[in-house]
Design a protein around this ligand. Sequence first.
Ligand SMILES: O=c1ccn([C@H]2C[C@H](O)[C@@H](COP(=O)(O)OP(=O)(O)OP(=O)(O)O)O2)c(=O)[nH]1
Ligand SMILES: [Mg+2]
Length: 149
Amino acid sequence: MTISVDLKRLDHGRDLPLPAYQSELAAGLDLLAAVDGPLFLAPGERALVPTGLAMALPAGYEAQVRPRSGLAAKHGVTVLNTPGTIDADYRGEVKVILINLGQAPFEINRGDRIAQMVIAPVLQAEIREVDALPDTRRGAGGFGSTGHK
Ligand SMILES: O=c1ccn([C@H]2C[C@H](O)[C@@H](COP(=O)(O)OP(=O)(O)OP(=O)(O)O)O2)c(=O)[nH]1
Ligand SMILES: [Mg+2]
């Protein structure tokens, strides 16, 4: 299914290409780093990386900021708060909280594809407080209660 999403390139991202799906049925749009110069992430270090983008999602949708598996597998670099949540009413700059969990410093340059953004439908719940919840077979069992293998 396809929906329209309004994206705005901010001044410091004006020269960067718009995020794009990299294959016909890709789920995520790659997000680019709108940094001025190289940004070095030491092992264990994190950074709030600008994308130079703002957006307006339709009501009923969110955008999820997710890691790229290549960066994670090759360099240990991931999105700290994955999946990051972009609310439909957010008009600020989309930023990516990257963390280097690898053992070597990681360099980010302008235009590098640092994360991906998945547009997804989201429901808002109408919360009703109750005194009792319906019984189930699982009950309060969790956290490995069904076995460990
Ligand atoms: O990876 C992220 C996560 C969030 N945001 C922006 C969009 C989102 O709509 C807003 C708030 O995010 P969130 O609700 O996760 O953060 P918070 O700490 O709860 O901040 P707030 O009190 O502003 O909601 O920040 C990003 O740009 N990147
Ligand atoms: Mg919040």
